[in-house]
Write a protein that binds this ligand. Sequence first.
Ligand code: FES
Ligand code: FES
Length: 154
Amino acid sequence: METVTVTLKINNETTTLQVKPNETLLETLRERLDLTGAKESCGMGACGACTVEVNGMPLRSCIALTAEMDGAEINTIEGLGEEKKLHPLQESFMEEGAVQCGFCTSGMIMTAKTLLDRNAAPTKEEIIKALSSNVCRCTGYKKIVTAVEQAATK
Ligand code: FES
Ligand code: FES
């Protein structure tokens, strides 16, 4: 199969890759770049576990083709905070107990990050709407919404 050359800025580092036309962004991140924070759950764009930020918006990386991403700026959970200085969302998710199994967490946080970047003081309804298509099987969502509200105050 022919390959396509793409240059991506991922977590502020520019990288050029040869990718197959059918390679998903999730495969590129997890299998080629060892960025395993984004998770594969449904694999069909329905659950949000694979969400990363692309050009300022949340994107389900399991149904996005890397070959179509040339020039994109991509942020993943790995680029969000540092071990000694977490992002406010990471802090709040821990403080509020919004992480249980953790499978949905990076997608939730990346979705919430793009919301807070666009709207620094969202209402609870705006948070619920922004996260409405990210699925969590563990927390019941209340703690996640509270964590985003708390992060917005930091
Ligand atoms: S794994 Fe991508 S949306 Fe579910
Ligand atoms: S913490 Fe387990 S799926 Fe959300």
